[in-house]
Design a binder for this molecule. Sequence first.
Ligand SMILES: [Zn+2]
Ligand SMILES: [Zn+2]
Length: 164
Amino acid sequence: MTSNCSDILRLKVGHILNKSVGFVSDVQIKEQEFYIASDVYANSLSGNISLTRIHLGILVAGDIEATSSTECGRCLVNHLSTTSASISELYSEHDNEQSQFTIGGNCELDLGPLFRELLLVSEPIQALCCTECKGLCANCGSNLNQSQCECHEDSISKILSIVL
Ligand SMILES: [Zn+2]
Ligand SMILES: [Zn+2]
């Protein structure tokens, strides 16, 4: 089942804003199968986030990790790949030039747009289904992880001759 996660990532932070500077609240995120944003789907998302009260607002810091379906750069088969990102971002209490994120008037801090941005930027350039992926045969196009084609030994010896 898929659900929209934007509600889960919208944190009520009124109680933190009422605390004095230096107060820290930890948030654990562990969700399955949802849209972080309308264009970013995650099969799973986990994170350990700390919310620290500072004079400008709340500092969000921690690490997040998302898994999503990605096409292997070598064999083109879809597989789950993991993307992780570190966070250190100021959510200001009022509009502020130093931060692009603002805590809403209803004391809500929305992590969705931040997570979206981080995960899009951290996307692996060539995600492989596994480090030993044999890819597709350049000759006949068969997936060499699944079967050995006739031309396989040929291409291996070609690769070896290049390496050596
Ligand atoms: Zn592959
Ligand atoms: Zn082949």
